[in-house]
Design a protein around this ligand. Structure first.
Ligand code: PEP
Length: 230
């Protein structure tokens, strides 16, 4: 299983350091085949050591240059970061990242041999239209994306389940993952959206779920490690 923690705009450099120290303690009991990813805010990126991978929540598709407020490859290289989240619904919505931009970013970081966790997800009004509408919406988010890329991990995150406390049902996850797995040639597929210690076992037991991407419930190291060790 894959367990990925997306801190978003939470935690500082100091609190991330403390988190990592505690996480390392907890991960001694982790199953060797499970993989853990931590995506701290950009100011807390570092070359931490431990049984986990540090990734960046975002970066600009350039080595360096005049891109005020962004970080590029040069800043990631300093810490040996080779993993990136692309296409998160919050970036698509609040930062107006279009499919074209997400695809260009994907292509740039693919060329740099990054591991890419590529996020897709539908809003509530699409979910309410039914399964066909959901799949049509989700598949459009693969436009310009090389689904044959060997370092691709997909994260299905229904937008209406993110940060709302309301996870998708087992049935919704199961049917959506089954269809997505076919579309992405069985690439690793994570579920994200209100995953927490109380529902982790139920979610990771669903066929077609290869792991989870966790926001809110990852901020507390106790809660996140409880999920990893579940
Ligand atoms: C996310 O935004 O990636 C996410 C899954 O958030 P939460 O766990 O808070 O729903």
């Amino acid at each position: 299983m894959i367990y990925a923690a997306n801190f978003k705009t939470n935690h500082t450099r100091k609190s991330t350091e403390n988190y990592i120290v505690e996480l390392n303690e907890k991960l001694r009991a982790k199953h060797p085949e499970d993989k853990v990813y931590i995506f701290p805010p950009a100011t807390a990126l570092n070359d931490y050591e431990g049984d986990f991978t540090i990734g960046t929540q975002n970066a600009y598709a350039a080595h360096n240059g005049a891109y005020t407020g962004e970080i590029g490859l040069e800043q990631l290289d300093e810490f040996g970061i080779k993993t990136i989240l692309i296409g998160h619904s919050e970036r698509r919505e609040y930062m107006a990242e279009t499919q074209e931009k997400a695809a260009a970013k994907f292509s740039f970081f693919q060329k740099q041999d990054f591991e890419i966790i590529y996020c897709i997800g539908e809003p509530l009004e699409i979910r309410e239209k039914g399964f066909e509408a959901v799949m049509q919406y989700l598949l459009a988010q693969f436009e310009g994306i090389d689904i044959g890329y060997d370092k691709l991990i997909v994260a299905y995150e229904p937008i209406w389940a993110i940060g709302t406390g309301r996870s998708a049902t087992v049935e919704e996850i199961s049917t959506t993952h089954r269809a997505l797995k076919k579309a992405i040639n069985d690439k690793p597929l994570l579920y994200g959206g209100s995953v927490k210690p109380a529902n982790i076992k139920e979610i990771t037991s669903i066929a077609g779920v290869d792991g989870v991407l966790v926001g809110s419930a990852s901020l507390d190291v106790e809660s996140f490690s409880q999920m990893v060790l579940s």
